[in-house]
Design a protein around this ligand. Structure first.
Ligand SMILES: [Zn+2]
Length: 414
């Protein structure tokens, strides 16, 4: 028996006025997702606890069965690992945003208009040059742009601490924050000094860069500052293969999710044309998953675009993406041996198109498989799945349920 777990990032949503009181999942046409729900078992899951909105890193660790309280050590390192940057045990890794500020350092766009990879890579070079010319007093520094506006900063050396606050204000219309030490250690004071110096230094390297001048001419927001947030260190987690006696593989592009999968010891597979953005190649992911199931017994497929639509307050866009995810699932349903394959669908959290951010409502789950106990649910959405046979579970319960269906659960007791 094999299993494929498809996680549509932030696909779950809330009922929306503009959709006649339906969620995007309820409003979308999705015969294949509904097929999984109708012939499988459904439920809803609180990823962490009821009402707690999880971040994507925590959510994916949980969905893979980990106790986040035990293993979570900050998002930066996970994103760095996913972006193929080496991280050593004592390194600090910050998630960075290319952002736009005005003359008074007030943030006007936290993502510099979701700057494209080409511009971001070019600007990252200017930042790297400035680090070479004027390196901070620490053991080593590395800056790398990852996807669109996202980048990472790695600091290595002895006199560093994770106990520093973000420079990212997480909202527009306010000034870039000063990094502050969160305890009175010399290391925390030193680390915040480094961040504050780098903020100025990177701003200087970026503000008059030809790429930014060209962006302003085209009416695009210049990426003239780097915001630091979500510092992390390398988490220590037991590989999935050891925890569950499975051979796991992942099809994911988003650096953060790749980082989680890599840390969990999953083989990262590449699907041609999968981009981690709106225009990803959904069918390529499906084909890669079908192929992977021939070699691996647990294949995880991640789709990021649903979350982006939620963050961008675009529920109709989310509906379009759900239709594409339906095609992805249709391809898998049509090309795997359904007598030997478990197909599980869920979302890593709710991303409310109203809030434009993660929200604490539970997510829908559906699991199809040859010996799965069916229930009466016929549609895959937040409301229908709540009536399903799984009832309301925790995010961490999903993996043991799948492992049991795979016939690999360990008996408790004799
Ligand atoms: Zn997410």
């Amino acid at each position: 028996m094999k299993a494929v777990l498809i996680v549509a990032d932030g696909m779950a949503d809330v009922p929306l006025k503009e959709l006649g009181g339906k969620t995007p999942l309820e409003a979308a046409e999705k015969p294949s997702l509904n097929h999984v729900a109708e012939y499988g078992v459904c439920g809803i899951a609180d990823i962490i606890e009821p009402g707690i909105p999880p971040g994507s890193d925590v959510a994916h660790l949980v969905l893979l069965g980990y106790d986040v309280m035990e293993v979570y050590s900050g998002r930066g390192a996970l994103e760095a690992i996913g972006s193929l940057v080496d991280v050593l045990p004592n390194d600090l890794v910050f998630r960075c945003n290319f952002a736009t500020v005005n003359d008074k350092l007030m943030v006007t766009d936290r993502r510099a208009g979701r700057i494209g990879n080409a511009d971001a890579t070019e600007l990252a070079r200017a930042v790297e040059d400035s680090l070479r010319e004027d390196p901070p007093e620490t053991g080593g520094t590395l800056f790398k742009s990852t996807l669109e506006h996202r980048a990472i900063l790695r600091l290595s050396g002895p006199n560093l601490s994770v106990m520093v606050s973000d420079t990212d204000p997480h909202e527009t219309g306010v000034k870039v924050l000063k990094a502050r030490p969160l305890d009175d250690s010399q290391e925390a004071i030193n680390t915040s000094k480094i961040l504050n110096k780098l903020t100025q230094q990177f701003h200087k390297a970026l503000k008059d860069h030809p790429i930014n001048k060209a962006r302003v001419k085209k009416g695009l927001p210049p990426a003239n500052i780097v915001l630091f947030r979500g510092v992390g260190q390398l988490p220590e987690i037991e590989p999935l293969a050891l925890l569950y006696d499975i051979q796991p593989a992942a099809i994911a592009v988003s650096p953060l999710v790749r980082g989680v999968c890599k840390t969990a010891g999953m083989r990262l597979l590449v699907a041609d044309g999968a981009t981690g953005t709106y225009n990803t190649n959904f069918l390529a992911k499906a084909k890669t998953a079908v192929q992977a199931l021939k070699t691996y017994d647990f294949v995880f497929v991640h789709v990021k675009a649903t979350d982006l639509a939620g963050h961008d307050h675009k529920p109709r866009k989310k509906i379009d993406i759900i239709k594409n995810i339906d095609a992805l699932v249709a391809h898998i349903l049509n090309h795997v041996d359904l007598d030997e394959t478990i197909i599980a669908l869920t979302s890593d959290h709710t991303t409310s198109s109203v809030k434009g951010d993660h929200s604490g409502e539970p997510v829908p789950i559906a699991i199809l498989g040859p010996n799965v106990r069916r229930d009466d649910v016929k549609e895959f959405d937040e409301i229908s799945c709540a009536r399903g046979g799984l009832n309301r579970i925790k995010g961490r319960d999903l993996m043991p349920i799948l492992i049991n269906l795979l016939g690999k659960a360990t008996k408790a007791g004799s």
